[in-house]
Design a protein around this ligand. Structure first.
Ligand SMILES: [Zn+2]
Length: 491
């Protein structure tokens, strides 16, 4: 068992021009699973999420709604907070880039880069989409057109402050080499390394036209570019520079992100930190994308999956389980209700729900003591599950946990436990109840509500990773309802 430590995990801060959809829910639930896992281990955990509230698009959306940008942001932020509460996301910090201490941290950070000689004034040349009022770089354009709406873009030129990203090419390449786990998953590392090897261009970090932003320190004509502002949230939320949380938790153990923002997190952010002379995060993990029923999700198609609808229709835990169980964290996947229903019926109902119900039915009827030898314990390899979780292989770990659930079901069937009596029955029930108790602990990061329900039926409190060994079963059985209901498929 690894020694106790601290674990700081972040999600991206979500842009408030949109309501939470399945993509946001995926990143946030995955981060929550990892945070809960580390709490089970006894680690000191800080799990940060939040919202990105500056920029032209927010200002424009607010104007359209007849509100100030801050009023508009407030209303969208509350939809995020409500969604995370409903989806059992237990974060420790929620950062808003409109928080006054965040703006102060952004200015302090930019000043550090200036002091280090890494900021100069120049001309920004880029692309502007009139209809979206948004700026794009060459790299962001899609076939020479706006990546957001597909319309023509026009070239713009304005005064801007630049960050000497080019200066950090060698330092970044050295850092990637010395920290092979930084760029994760590894199969995405080469893409970044090769682009950095090709050479880095200095990046624009201020705007004059976008005024819903943090004022640029020392120049009243300029505003900090939204991306720079956003990245600094990971330390401003900890109270950088002086905050206790900053001292306790930085550097981040994992920045969990979607692959579309990998460049910003794997290249620009570490270079900014090098410039400010601050420690670099340990890992940037970029996960894949979801399609919906085989289709790319987009505004024009209007097919964004609403995670709250899915939670209402099935259950929060069914959604959480599906998102993690369907694919490894780095891969792309497809969200389909058919696949979700197949997992509910085949795994949550038939494997887990049935196991608990069958065992508790027998255990409640049994009058004697539950005692025996731990025959089922060798079927469980906790250290393997733990090392997978440490590698962010939530998919593999959940698969192994499920393997143990199936072993327990197999034990019931092979022993024909319902036919046993006396010491043999006592021994079998002892094994199965201990298995259920441990299964409940292991699934708790993935399905917290289901774990609580199992604990209530077993008459025990929540456990930790250290409790995942067979001991003496001490619960007081009180069988409840089925954990999951079978979903009838429409013909
Ligand atoms: Zn556009």
């Amino acid at each position: 068992m690894s020694k106790l430590g601290k674990f700081y995990i972040t999600t991206p801060i979500y842009y408030v021009n949109d309501k939470p959809h399945i993509g946001h829910a995926y990143t946030t639930i995955a981060a929550d699973v990892l945070a809960r896992w580390h709490r089970l281990k006894g680690d000191m955990v800080f799990f940060l999420t939040g919202t990105d509230e500056h920029g032209e698009k927010v200002a424009a959306a607010a104007e359209k709604a007849g509100q100030t940008p801050k009023q508009f942001a407030d209303s969208v932020v509350s939809t995020y907070i409500t969604a995370w509460k409903r989806l059992e996301v237990g974060y420790d910090g929620f950062i808003r880039t409109t928080d006054p201490n965040h703006a102060k941290a952004v200015q302090d950070f930019v000043n550090k880069m200036v002091d280090n000689g890494d900021v100069y004034k120049g001309k920004y040349e880029g692309w502007y989409c009139v209809s979206d009022e948004s700026f794009w770089t060459d790299l962001q354009l899609k076939d020479g057109k706006c990546p957001e709406c597909g319309r023509e873009v026009k070239k713009v030129k304005e005064d801007s402050y630049f960050f000497r990203l080019s200066k950090y090419q060698d330092a970044l390449l050295d850092f990637y080499k010395e920290n092979p786990d930084f760029l994760s998953p590894r199969y995405r590392a080469n893409e970044i390394i090769n682009r950095v090897k090709d050479g880095l261009k200095d990046v624009s970090i201020s705007r004059t036209a976008i005024k819903w932003a943090v004022p640029f320190p020392g120049d009243a004509q300029h505003w900090v570019y939204v991306w720079v502002d956003a990245l600094i949230n990971y330390i401003s939320a900890l109270g950088w520079p002086g905050g206790e949380n900053y001292k306790a938790y930085w550097p981040a153990d994992v920045h969990l992100i979607g692959k579309e923002i990998n460049w910003f997190h794997s290249v620009i952010w570490p270079a900014m930190l090098l410039s400010a002379n601050l420690p670099l995060p340990k890992k940037v993990f970029s996960h894949g994308w979801w399609t919906a029923e085989g289709q790319k999700m987009s505004k024009s198609r209007g097919n964004f999956v609403n995670p709250l609808d899915i939670a209402d229709r099935y259950s929060v835990d069914a959604l959480r389980y599906f998102l993690i169980r369907e694919l490894p964290l780095g891969d792309d996947g497809d969200f389909s209700e058919k696949a979700l229903i197949a997992r509910i019926n085949g795994e949550l109902v038939a494997d887990l729900g049935n196991l608990i119900y069958r065992i508790l039915t027998l255990a409640e009827r049994f009058a004697g003591e539950f005692r025996g030898s731990p025959e089922l314990e060798p079927k469980l390899d906790i250290s393997k599950i733990e090392s997978k979780m440490d590698d962010l292989d939530t998919f593999g770990a959940l698969n192994d946990i499920w393997g143990f659930i199936r072993e327990a079901n197999k034990y019931v069937n092979e022993k024909e436990v319902w036919k046993l009596s006396g010491d043999e029955l006592s021994n079998a029930l002892y094994n199965l109840l201990e298995a259920c108790r441990i299964i409940s602990i292991l699934i708790s990061p993935f399905m917290p509500e289901t774990s609580s329900k199992i604990n209530a039926q077993l008459g025990i409190g929540p456990g930790t990773l250290n409790d995942c060994r067979f001991g003496r079963f001490k619960g007081r059985i009180k069988k409840g309802e089925y954990l999951f209901k079978k979903v009838e498929q429409k013909a």
